[in-house]
Design a protein around this ligand. Structure first.
Ligand code: OOG
Ligand code: MG
Length: 265
């Protein structure tokens, strides 16, 4: 992995700046405008510093996510490599629940699938097979992303520093053992206000959703971190994300895995 160009003070200042924008729901310019020299290592260090700040205040980390793992998402955002982020206790919204639009900037919803691990995974060298063997069960998830950047526009380093736009998520539907789901072929239908806005299949995520968890374990390995047993991991949106506004309701149906719904209030 690349080295740092930013010093510790700059990393802490950038983390405080982005976290404030998240907590108070306002837009900022993308971080590479402020720090053109920042490296990927700096970007990840800023994300991990945001995580450290939250944990120090008692926030619990309840899972991890991959982002930009489908061509639909990479094309939509103009970014050509996946990224990861962490999920906090206060990000959770119950299935069928309400998302408070005023707490967010310009939210979009994403249809995802999540893995729950039963064994630790640590790269390098983690494969789809390792992930399947380490998976307790899979279940549907909907992510609400909310980039802190103006007009939802960014580059890869900026989005990594901003915890990969993580904001809210819903999980529910039917859990399944991996051997009972055709992970590549299962279909997903996303509806907003009763109209279908996107459809997709599991294979849209890096060819196989488990490849996303493997990539996460390998990226974590570069920092000497592991994905602990019992971790909830969202693999990234199967389709392009869909922008929602106050009053919108949505429902995502997952072939053989039930559905998830919610409402922006
Ligand atoms: C980055 C996060 C993308 C996904 O599932 O692809 C993401 C973004 O598009 O803002 O969570
Ligand atoms: Mg996502």
């Amino acid at each position: 992995m690349s080295e740092n160009n930013l010093n510790r003070e700059q990393i802490e200042a950038a983390a405080a700046h982005l976290e404030k924008a998240e907590l108070e729901a306002y837009e900022v310019t993308k971080l590479t405008n402020d720090y053109p020299e920042m490296t990927y290592k700096d970007a990840f260090d800023i994300q991990w510093e945001i995580r450290r700040r939250k944990e120090a205040r008692g926030t619990k980390i309840v899972g991890l996510k991959m982002g930009l793992t489908s061509w639909a998402k990479m094309a939509q955002m103009g970014v050509e490599h996946p990224c990861y982020g962490f999920l906090c206790d206060y990000f959770t919204v119950p299935d069928g629940g309400e998302i408070k639009t005023d707490e967010l900037i310009h939210p979009k919803i994403e249809a995802e699938i999540a893995f729950v691990t039963k064994k630790a995974l640590k790269g390098p060298g983690i494969t789809i097979a390792d992930v399947l063997a380490a998976t307790d069960f899979v279940l549907p998830a909907v992510e609400v992303i909310d980039s802190r950047y103006k007009d939802f526009k960014f580059d890869l380093k900026s989005v990594i520093a901003d915890n990969s736009s993580s904001s809210r998520f819903i999980t529910g539907g039917q859990m399944q053992r991996v051997e009972n789901v055709d992970l590549k072929h299962f279909g997903v239908v996303m509806e907003v206000n009763g109209e279908i806005v996107a459809t997709g299949a599991g294979a849209a995520v890096l060819g196989h959703p488990a490849a996303s968890v493997a990539m996460l374990a390998n990226m974590f390995g570069e920092r000497d971190e592991e994905i602990p047993a019992g971790t909830f991991v969202m693999v990234g949106a199967v389709t392009a994300a869909f922008q929602c506004k106050k009053g919108d309701s949505f429902s995502v149906r997952y072939q053989g895995l039930g559905s998830i719904s919610g409402r922006f209030v």
